[in-house]
Design a protein around this ligand. Structure first.
Ligand code: NAD
Length: 264
């Protein structure tokens, strides 16, 4: 299928690993020029180099900035004043006992998972509207609609992503700009692997059995009973963000392995 992405510039936040990297790879595969973001210059350069090798016809670029900090966001805006597609993927998560979540932790999650993506949307959306083309996608989570109770400080921010994306989509009426949210279920990324280590190390369970046990006991409503692979999310995001896909607007698109009940 022609996705018309060859002349498009795409900023994928948090794209040195995990879901963000998988999204960046799938955009590059379609010929788009991807801006790779992460906090470490070296990690960002490595992914840019990888993409250049694999997709020499594209122009991957480096954006080594901590986007949870407004001063570093300003540097991003100077370096990249316009993008066609913004994928607000960067986010932090960690299971924490509810009674152990301090106000500082709540603030860190709000700053990183909500305010950063909001600032980027606020900066790039007017330019997209002026160009009469643009896509903004927030990578939320099934936790936005169905909090597991394992990380209240995280789930709250993902519900906020949904609300924010809906509000922004209201500003795009009758234009070729769309704003949507993707709700992945638990996905096997480095971040989730770290989470499994925290949960299972010392439990006596073989590492090979962690995934099945996690799905059975922590995600019993999943129909697929396996962790989603990052490239599955990447392929779907690329389709929704492409010029070929014009009818999603303010939608909460679920790649949750069937966890969320139909009522939503
Ligand atoms: P990950 O921890 O594997 O990767 C996160 C990426 O974000 C890395 O590239 C990291 O360098 C970058 N990053 C973190 N803080 C940053 C900052 N302040 N500035 C710039 N970059 C920063 O995460 P993941 O599992 O790939 O998750 C990506 C997104 O998908 C997150 O928003 C997460 O909430 C969401 N999500 C993940 C899952 C899952 O099961 N993995 C499920 C649903 C939603």
């Amino acid at each position: 299928m022609e996705l018309y992405l060859k002349n498009k510039t795409v900023l994928v936040t948090g794209s040195t690993k995990g879901i963000g990297k998988a999204i960046a790879i799938e955009f590059a595969r379609e010929g788009a020029s991807v801006i790779i973001n992460g906090r470490q210059t070296e990690a960002v350069s490595e992914v840019v180099h990888e993409l250049k090798q694999q997709f020499p016809e594209t122009n991957p670029q480096a954006a080594p900035f901590d986007l949870s900090k407004d001063t570093q966001r300003e540097q991003l805006f100077v370096a990249f004043p316009e993008v066609d597609i913004l994928i607000n993927n960067m986010g932090i998560f960690q299971p924490i006992d509810y009674f152990e979540i301090t106000d500082e932790v709540w603030k860190t999650y709000f700053t990183t998972n909500v305010l950063a993506g909001n600032a980027l949307a606020k900066f790039y959306l007017p330019k997209m509207l002026a160009n009469d083309f643009g896509r903004i996608l927030f990578i939320a989570s099934e936790e936005a609609l169905m909090p597991s109770g394992e990380m209240a400080q995280y789930s709250m921010t993902k519900t906020m992503n949904l609300s924010l994306a809906k509000s922004l989509s209201r500003l795009t009426k009758q234009t070729n700009v769309t704003v949507n949210t993707i709700l992945p279920g638990s996905t096997l990324t480095e971040g989730v692997h770290d989470m499994l280590v925290t949960m299972y190390q010392g439990s006596g369970l073989d590492e090979a059995d962690w995934e099945a046990d996690f799905m059975k006991n922590h995600r019993p409503l999943s129909q697929i009973q396996r962790l989603i692979r990052p490239e599955e999310i990447g392929r779907f995001v690329v389709f929704v963000a492409s010029p070929a896909s014009r009818s999603f607007s303010g939608a909460a698109l679920r790649l949750d392995g069937g966890m969320i009940p139909t009522i939503f």
